[in-house]
Design a protein. Structure first.
Length: 151
């Protein structure tokens, strides 16, 4: 008769494989034994109240109900109320180049700078003059239009 064809390393690998299988089966049975099978779904649910606190009691449906009229619900963007303020502002010409035909006005209250072009001037101005103007949205920011000298 001939020798067995299985070598020592093959037998060792088979033994290791069998050992891993047995360990896995043992771990599975331990998990089953230690698992809390008595918990129901209601025991595992958590509730969040209106303040974001987690609790195990469900919120009371009768408590804190607010009556809302259907006419008070706005589906669109709320309308903005018009400001009754005068849009004209006061400032001083901080820079003006008559060759390039533009300049900047610094508002007296907020110290914001507004660009203006010579075409938006009602009267000719120079640097340092006090003026009134109306702010208007321009291409690169706010522009000053209707620029007039203060007497």
């Amino acid at each position: 008769m001939g020798r067995s064809r299985s070598t020592f390393s093959k037998r060792e690998n088979e033994k290791k494989k069998q050992k891993r299988k047995e360990d896995k089966l043992q771990k599975r049975e331990e998990k089953k034994a230690n698992a809390d099978s008595g918990k129901s779904l209601d025991d595992m649910i958590a509730y969040v109240d209106e303040f974001g606190n987690i609790s195990d009691t469900p919120p009371d449906p009768e408590k804190k109900k607010k009556e809302i009229k259907a006419t008070n619900i706005e589906v669109s963007i709320p309308k903005q109320e018009k400001d009754d303020q005068d849009p004209t502002r006061q400032g001083a010409v901080s820079y003006y180049d008559p060759n390039k035909k533009f300049g900047f006005i610094e508002e007296l209250e907020t110290r914001d700078r507004f660009f203006f072009h010579e075409s938006n001037l009602i009267e000719p101005v120079q640097e340092g003059d006090k003026v009134t103007f109306t702010p208007q949205k321009g291409m690169k920011g706010m522009d000053a239009v209707d620029v007039k000298l203060i007497s």
